[in-house]
Design a protein around this ligand. Structure first.
Ligand code: MN
Length: 364
């Protein structure tokens, strides 16, 4: 629909449906600007309108949402190798394992990288974890996983593995045999999510979340913005967007959304829970984040950390085919003691984890 026609239709529907008690014969003109909903204002064309009615009308019509603001932008970090198979950006840099990003602890992103065919195993051999969850998303190539609870699985492109280490698991993570043999482009990420203190010692759990089970929610172009070919879509891995809940079960409220913005310059708005920490990571392309006029630019492999307040997240791709990951969650307000593969609340618990691993008690 052309912008002018759309605007008129919006004005008409506003006039028809909005009833203000005790007020008649008023014609409202609603001005939708590209900043909706922050700048949704009602102008009255009547000659004299009582101030009281005017403010009442404003209250009635103003949406009860608030735009989330960016608190900090972090540029791309420097990549390093994990084992011989994962060339990763430590996305959280110095903020890893701080409460600032809680419940998220760590984020390694292996950007697309070409691997030649090989019979060598590329990855990380047996190692333990305790006290948190690892979330692995394969984008290109495949990751093979074997653990002490008897799981052996291949995470294919689009699949997610949500592994709860809980009281202890021992696992290994490699390029899949098939991928290693053929070679090709490899792209994946691994996220570490903290467990609340009361769940740190739960039995290990393994959730294979295959691509086919992840629902896709279409995005809407922000009101007032030009309608365009394609606003984009979200794969909801965890949490809820527009009434659609992702399949991953979590121990605290968490959002993990894989966002596609195919069109440059088409702003979209997503309803998000208030009070959650929220991290927007640019996997590919670039994005403007935040309210119109106050947005901040984030480039490839960069991160925007959002303020906790607000229920609307506004995004606008600065390049075609922009791909983002959104990590959200209710902050866990508990001490973080992290060392190597263990994340507990105290140093004593870390030492206990080391002892349990050394004495072979972990992963049984
Ligand atoms: Mn691991």
């Amino acid at each position: 629909m052309p912008a002018e026609k759309k605007r008129k239709s919006l004005i008409r529907s506003t006039c028809d449906t909005d009833l203000i008690p005790g007020v008649t014969n008023l014609k409202a003109r609603t001005c939708f600007t590209s900043c909706w909903p922050e700048v949704l204002e009602v102008y009255w064309t009547a000659e004299r309108v009582p101030t009281l009615v005017q403010s009442q009308a404003h209250t009635l019509r103003r949406p009860q949402t608030a735009m989330k603001a960016v608190s900090r932008v972090m540029p791309a970090s420097r990549p390093h190798w994990v084992g011989n198979g994962f060339h990763v950006y430590p996305v959280f840099a110095q903020l890893a394992f701080t409460k600032e990003l809680s419940p998220w602890l760590m984020f390694d992103y292996a950007a697309p990288k070409q691997f030649g065919p090989t019979s060598e195993r590329k990855g990380v051999g047996q190692h333990p974890h305790r006290g948190f969850e690892t979330v692995t998303i394969a984008f290109q190539g495949a990751v093979e996983h074997t653990d002490s609870t008897g799981n052996n699985d291949v995470i294919q492109p689009g699949d997610v593995q949500w592994m709860t280490a809980g009281r202890g698991i021992i696992h290994e993570e490699y390029h899949s045999t098939e991928f290693a043999r053929s070679g090709g482009t490899f792209e994946m990420c691994q996220l570490w999510v903290n467990l609340p203190k009361k769940h740190k010692m739960v039995p290990p759990r393994y959730q294979p979340v295959v691509s086919a089970d992840i629902p896709t929610v279409p995005l809407k172009v922000a009101a007032g913005a030009e309608e365009c070919a394609e606003a984009g879509s979200v794969r909801v891995i965890a949490g809820e967007l527009d009434g659609t809940r992702g399949p991953a079960q979590t121990y605290s409220p968490i959002e993990l959304w894989d966002i596609q913005l195919p069109t440059q310059g088409a702003p979209v708005e997503l309803e998000v829970p208030s009070g959650h920490n929220m991290i927007v990571f640019v996997r590919r392309g670039g994005v403007l984040v935040g309210a119109a006029g106050r947005e901040q630019k984030v480039g490839a492999q960069g991160v925007a950390l959002m303020e906790r307040e607000g229920t609307t997240l506004r995004l606008s791709a600065t390049q075609a085919d922009t791909q983002l990951l959104l990590l959200g969650g209710e902050p866990i307000d508990e001490p973080i003691a992290a060392r190597g593969p263990f994340v507990m609340n105290t140093e004593q618990e870390i030492m206990q984890a080391n002892r349990d691993f050394q004495s072979g008690k972990m992963g049984r």
